[in-house]
Design a protein around this ligand. Structure first.
Ligand code: MF3
Ligand code: CO
Length: 256
């Protein structure tokens, strides 16, 4: 069942999303060659907890950290470690969730480390554009799969592939709620979008083929063909005439 959030619940999700955005900002500022992904995890933990929230991912189904830090061919769920240090030219996908007064915000973005190749910059750009291309279909009356279709269509038109083994999702009282939001499929299917639905839309885009593999740690998800991958995600609420991004800060939070 897809829950419709009240104004009160949406206000709490705005705050959860703001805290996620603040954690992203702090990590972005700290990213440089030599820093470990465990240090980045600590930065997010400190921002989240100092704002009265808890890291949504920590202990979620046994996940051992506050963020996912996924470098180059790692698609998602890279576990922070003091042994993994950023190198010049890497791309790193950072995924962060925060729970504020019982409501979650969830957002991911991919950053370049130092000087990054044009190919990798293009991958990040296309993935971010794919997110916003999908979001442009997030409005009352549209069907959920209109978003899915738009994401896939954009990504494949640019010569990349979307990951199909993981999806976006509803978000709110739980980190993962109904509905699942695939990044592929035909338009015109699935539930009709309504005001007050809250969704996390999150394209994962590979340079090569769409297949992925999970490493022995049970989390780290890599591209099967070892190609690079990027990930952008926002939590949104469906409004009267479109959507509002929740995982964004202050003035940036313009109504779409
Ligand atoms: N943004 C990811 C998701 O929506 C993060 C989950 S990581 C986990 O699934 F550790 F919480 F599983
Ligand atoms: Co998510």
């Amino acid at each position: 069942m897809i829950s419709i959030k009240s104004e009160r619940e949406i206000a709490l999700m705005v705050e959860a999303g703001r805290i996620v955005a603040l954690a992203h900002k702090a990590i972005k500022d700290a990213i440089k060659p030599g820093i470990s992904t465990l240090e980045l995890d600590k930065i997010a933990y400190d921002v989240i907890t100092s704002h009265g929230a808890t890291p949504s991912f920590l202990n979620y189904e046994g996940y051992p950290a506050s963020i996912c830090a996924s470098i180059n061919n790692v698609v998602i769920h890279g576990i922070p470690s003091d042994k993994i240090k950023l190198k010049n030219g890497d791309i790193i996908s950072i995924d962060i969730g925060a729970c504020y007064k019982g409501y979650h915000g969830d957002s991911a973005m991919t950053h370049g480390v130092g000087e990054v190749s044009p190919k990798r910059i293009e991958l990040m750009k296309v993935t971010k554009e794919a997110l916003f291309c999908g979001l442009s279909f997030a409005k009352p009356g549209n069907r959920l799969s209109d978003i899915s279709h738009a994401v896939e269509e954009y990504v494949t038109s640019r010569g990349y592939s979307v990951v199909k083994d993981f999806t976006g999702h509803g978000v709110g009282r739980n980190l993962h709620e109904d509905p699942m939001v695939p990044n592929y499929g035909a338009a015109g299917h699935g539930p009709v979008l309504r005001k007050g639905m809250t969704l996390a839309i999150e394209p994962m885009v590979n340079v090569g083929r769409s297949g992925v593999r999970i490493l022995a740690d049970g989390w780290t998800t890599v591209t099967a063909d070892k190609s690079d991958s990027a990930h952008f995600e926002h939590s949104i609420v469906i409004t009267d005439d479109g959507y509002k991004i929740l995982t964004i800060e202050g003035d940036e939070n313009v109504k779409k």
